[in-house]
Write a protein that binds this ligand. Structure first.
Ligand SMILES: [Cu+2]
Length: 236
C-alpha cells in the first residue's frame, strides 16, 4: 500500500510498512465498528418529535451494562498483543541489532547542512584518504552500512523516507545504526527535527549506485589521488 507512493529502498523498509499497515487495518476496523455502533444507538433510541420522554440515567453498574465496556476492552487488549509483538520485533531488527558491516560512513549534521564522510581505501576515518561530501550521500547498492551520526550544534534528525529510516542526531553523542540500500537511484534526505530557521533548507540527495559505479566514484574522489594530480612534481 505505502510502497505505491514511496519506493522501498532498504532491506527493512518492507518491515516498517508491514507494521504501519497492520496498525492501520486493526485501528481502521475498530473505527468502523465504533462508528457503526454509535450511529445504530443514535437512530435506535431516537425520540420521536413531540414526545415527552426523558433521558434514562444509567449507572453502568449492572453486569449487562458493564459488558459494553469489558468485552470491547478485552478484544482491544487482544489486538494490542499483535501490535506490541510486531513493533518490538521490527524495532529490535532496525534499531538494536547491528549486522556485520560491509562499509561505514560518518554523518555529521549542522545548521544547516549534512556532511558525509567515507573512510576511503584504508577503511579508517580521520586519515588522509577520507572522502567528504556535503549534501550528497553516495552509497553502494546491497552493501550493509554502519552509519555514525553526530551533530555539531543542535538536535537534527537524519531522515531517509525511502529507507523508512529516521534517527535523531544529538550533540555530544555519536549514534551508530545500519541500513542496506536495495534500489539504485536518486532519493531525498531531509532533516526531520526542527533545528532552527533554516530547518526546511536542510535537504540532501541520496545516490545509490551499483558496486562498479560506486568503486569508480570513490577512486575518482579520493583526496590522495587528487593531491597526487594537483601537487607539483618536485624534482632535484
Ligand atoms: Cu536539522
Amino acid at each position: 500500500m505505502i510502497e505505491s507512493y514511496l519506493p522501498q529502498a532498504s532491506t527493512f523498509a518492507g518491515d516498517i510498512d508491514w507494521l504501519f499497515s497492520m496498525v492501520f487495518w486493526i485501528v481502521g476496523a475498530w473505527f468502523l465498528v465504533c462508528s457503526g455502533v454509535f450511529f445504530w444507538l443514535v437512530f435506535k433510541f431516537r425520540v420521536p418529535n413531540g414526545s415527552q420522554a426523558t433521558a434514562e440515567y444509567i449507572t453502568g453498574e449492572e453486569k449487562s451494562q458493564k459488558r459494553w465496556v469489558t468485552i470491547p476492552h478485552l478484544l482491544v487488549l487482544f489486538c494490542d498483543v499483535f501490535i506490541i509483538y510486531g513493533a518490538v520485533k521490527v524495532w529490535y531488527d532496525v534499531k538494536q541489532y547491528l549486522p556485520p558491516p560491509d562499509q561505514e560512513i560518518q554523518i555529521i549534521a549542522q545548521q544547516w547542512a549534512w556532511t558525509f564522510v567515507h573512510p576511503g581505501a584504508d577503511q579508517k576515518f580521520d586519515t588522509a584518504d577520507d572522502i567528504h561530501t556535503v549534501n550528497e550521500l553516495r552509497l553502494q547498492e546491497d552493501a550493509v552500512y554502519h552509519y555514525h551520526l553526530s551533530s555539531n550544534d543542535v538536535m537534527h534528525d537524519f531522515s531517509v523516507p525511502v529507507f523508512r529510516l529516521k534517527q535523531d542526531a544529538i550533540p555530544g553523542r555519536v549514534i551508530t545504526g545500519w541500513f542496506t540500500p536495495t534500489e539504485s537511484g536518486e532519493f531525498d534526505i531531509q532533516c526531520a527535527e526542527i533545528c532552527g530557521i533554516g530547518h526546511g533548507l536542510m535537504p540532501a540527495r541520496l545516490v545509490v549506485e551499483d558496486a562498479a559505479a560506486h568503486t569508480a566514484w570513490l577512486a575518482e574522489r579520493s583526496p590522495v589521488k587528487l593531491a597526487a594530480v594537483t601537487s607539483p612534481v618536485v624534482e632535484n
